[in-house]
Ligand binder design. Structure first.
Ligand SMILES: CC(C)(COP(=O)(O)OP(=O)(O)OC[C@H]1O[C@@H](n2cnc3c(N)ncnc32)[C@H](O)[C@@H]1OP(=O)(O)O)[C@@H](O)C(=O)NCCC(=O)NCCS
Length: 328
């Protein structure tokens, strides 16, 4: 079969993933993240993304694990994503085996990489976390709705916004920003402390990126929709959503990720409403909305979103942990 093996360890052979491995990868991916798996949609773009390595492990001819590594932060950091092990092989340390191989391979191909970063939803406890530096966490609020009720939900939030907010506190409008304005915003040395960025980074759909000029190109690839509130050119709140993408949930749904930075609750409500208003014409099926935010905002945002008949909270409070370790 493949002639492009990268190496072997503990009975596994490692390869760079190819487009034609898609079906084998999907075969080990059933039910991952409760149907919210991004990989069915991201796999093919990953094959050609600059500075991304996608490694698969096979036992004989059978694909048993995958991990992806994206080199960012001007070559200093690798962000690992997509980790998965075949259900019948879980619980035997394979995730560790593929990660050790991938770390070594990344080091070989990108000798400048010093740190490995990841985000994860489950908290494995202090013993496992002790291998990492804990950088920060985000709170996640998740909603589920469908195309029939989504417009009504946006109107419902707009009405709530007008009552609760009055928009008197700040004489400003949540506004869309373009690439040129984005550069000024993100490379402003104050932005991290003003917006209380997690680990001084932004996290885009689970992918942490330092505020460096080299990462602007990575962000530009993602086709994000940004909103910012500022006062006298000083940012007060910043948010973006990743374009809706299909996930397996409920036989085929859309997923919307909204990443928010800042701690002002009224601005968070306005930002959420602005994002949902932007995408409402694109919803054609069930939609899962995940909002990632400073933990202090979670409860107020939950209350803001509650009370509508169609779009409902989908999951209890959950978190995104942001971890780092040295790549040795
Ligand atoms: C999470 C998953 C990859 C774990 O695989 P596994 O081989 O069963 O994990 P094991 O507990 O046997 O392996 C233990 C090793 O994997 C690491 N590991 C386990 N889960 C991990 C995770 N979510 N992120 C990073 N490393 C993980 C452990 O730290 C340990 O590493 P070590 O050998 O260096 O100590 C597997 O259950 C899976 O595919 N789940 C569905 C997909 C998923 O939830 N992926 C998580 C992405 S964050």
């Amino acid at each position: 079969m493949e002639s492009h093996g990268l190496g072997e360890s503990e009975g596994l052979t490692f390869f760079l993933a190819r487009p034609e491995d898609y079906d084998d990868v999907m075969a080990i991916s059933h039910d991952i993240y409760g149907g919210n798996d991004y990989l069915p949609c991201r796999y093919h773009p990953w094959m050609t993304e600059p500075d991304r390595l996608v490694i698969i492990a096979r036992r004989g001819s059978r694909l048993v694990a995958l991990e992806s590594s994206l080199v960012v932060d001007g070559g200093k950091t690798v962000v690992v994503e997509g980790l998965r092990v075949c259900p019948t092989e879980r619980g035997h340390g394979l995730a560790g085996v593929i990660q050790r191989f991938a770390d070594g391979y990344v080091k070989k191909v990108y000798p400048t990489v010093k740190n490995k970063r990841l985000t994860r939803a489950d908290n494995p406890g202090p013993e496992k976390l002790s291998k990492f530096t804990y950088l920060d966490k985000r709170a996640i609020l998740s909603l589920c709705g469908d195309s029939e009720t989504f417009d009504g939900f946006v109107s419902y939030l707009k009405a709530k916004l007008n009552v609760s907010d009055g928009s008197t506190r700040y004489p400003l409008v949540t506004k869309h920003i373009d690439q040129a304005a984005l550069k000024g915003l993100l490379l402003n040395p104050d932005v991290s402390s003003r917006l209380q960025l997690p680990g001084s980074a932004i996290i885009q759909d689970w992918q942490p990126l330092d505020l460096l000029e080299s990462n602007l190109e990575v962000l530009a690839r993602r086709n994000l929709s940004w909103f910012v509130d500022d006062l006298n050119e000083k940012p007060l709140f910043m948010s973006f959503h990743t374009p809706l993408y299909p996930v397996p949930f409920n036989g085929g749904s859309l997923r919307l990720n909204i990443d928010m930075f800042g701690t002002d609750a009224s601005l968070a409500k306005r930002a959420l409403t602005a994002h949902l208003n932007t995408v409402k014409g694109e919803i054609q099926s069930t939609v899962l909305v995940h909002m990632y935010m400073h933990p202090s905002l979670w409860e107020v945002m939950r209350q803001f979103c509650e009370g509508h008949d169609g779009v409902k909270q989908w999951r209890n409070y959950w978190e995104q942990l942001f971890l780092e370790r040295e790549l040795v």
